[in-house]
Design a protein around this ligand. Structure first.
Ligand code: KGA
Length: 318
């Protein structure tokens, strides 16, 4: 079939949406963070197209590099498409839509549908993602804020600065009830997405704490920042240690089905940083196969909260 030899064909659906046919290739599927990296690339492409901004080489008004940084990343796995369930050659229809979120931020929503569902020409509405998601599809929500380094060469204090050509006025607005601002703000304040435990979740066992030394080979992106997708793999490294301590095997970890994952990014780090990661587990009383991990990543030297993650996994699938 000719189509399956083409990895991606993006087309603009309207001023705020991109649609593409994707054949899953080795660079976007694994038990790690590759798929999140790819979704993030689609966010940048969608924002570049919708805002007519050179996202990939953006500059502050003073001419310093500006980055469309990831501040919150949520992904919800579906029955057919879920983050670690993609295989070489799977065909997807990916629809991405960008929403305005103030003068220095954007929200981008993505639907990864099995190509056979025929959703290529169905626009992605916020109500679909937040209220009636298709059970087979993977949905992702990216909240990005424009940043620049406050001091050249240091990632420790990033500040909000949008490039002068960032044009967001024509974008649709995300309806207020769907805004992740309060959810993320609370997670930052509490160091947890589970400060108010969701109904039906009860603590499972004691908290685990481990250290992770920033790996400059794997964790930095081409701009020298800790790569947003690496936060996923750093949290997964901590979670895998917990699974091993429970006697669970690596094969089971690789087969895990993520039904929901949230990551909030509150700070970056420089080479030489060591992180302390705390993992608390929860289990569902209604569905015993559902387990949640509530994780906080802090700079070991200063105790500063850099990121928080919450992940819900269906153990039956692994
Ligand atoms: N609880 C406690 N303190 C809070 C808070 C809360 N809920 N909300 C805000 N604050 C504090 C915050 O700590 C800060 O205090 C001040 O209020 C302003 O917050 O001045 P202080 O004492 O430090 P605000 O307005 O949210 O700004 P900020 O957090 O200071 O700065 C925003 C950014 C986005 C710069 C910051 O959150 C940040 O650095 N986030 C990490 C972004 C990141 O590194 N993403 C991954 C990088 O990679 C990436 O994105 C790409 C593109 N990649 O890898 O390819």
């Amino acid at each position: 079939m000719n189509r399956s030899t083409t990895t991606e064909l993006a087309r603009t659906v309207d001023g705020s949406s991109l649609s593409r046919h994707v054949v899953v290739a080795p660079g976007m599927c694994s038990g790690g963070s590759l798929v999140f990296g790819r979704i993030g690339d689609w966010t940048w492409e969608a924002v570049a197209a919708a805002c007519r901004t050179n996202v990939h080489a953006a500059r502050t008004p003073e001419g310093q590099p500006a980055y469309l940084s990831f501040y919150y990343f949520r992904v919800r796995g579906g029955d057919a498409v879920h983050p670690h369930g993609l295989a070489f050659g799977d065909e997807l229809q990916v629809t991405s839509r960008v929403f305005q979120f103030g003068s220095q931020a954007v929200i981008t929503l993505h639907r990864l549908a099995p190509a056979g569902l025929g959703l290529a020409d169905t626009p992605l509405s916020p109500a679909e993602l937040y209220e009636h998601p298709h059970p087979d599809c993977l949905y992702a929500e990216n909240f990005n804020r424009w940043i620049a380094r406050s001091r050249p060469g240091s990632n420790r204090r990033l500040s909000q600065v949008a490039p002068p050509d960032f044009s967001y006025g024509a974008l649709p607005r995300l309806p207020n009830p769907y805004s992740p601002r309060t959810l993320v703000g609370r997670a930052r304040e509490a160091g947890s997405f589970y400060a108010t435990p969701p109904p039906g979740l009860v603590p499972a066992g004691p908290a685990h704490t481990s250290e992770y030394a920033l790996d400059v080979v794997r964790d930095l992106n081409g701009a020298g920042l800790v790569y947003f997708a690496s936060y996923f793999s750093i949290f997964d490294t901590a979670l895998l240690r917990v699974w091993r301590s429970l006697g669970r095997g690596d094969a089971q970890f690789l087969r895990r089905k993520v039904v929901d994952q949230k990551v909030g990014y509150f700070g970056n780090a420089d080479p030489g940083a060591v992180f302390t990661i705390t993992v608390r587990r929860w289990r569902s009383t209604a569905r015993p196969s559902i387990e949640a991990a509530d994780m906080a990543l802090r700079d070991s030297g200063t105790g500063r909260l850099l990121a928080v993650a919450g992940v819900e996994i269906d153990l039956d699938a692994s």
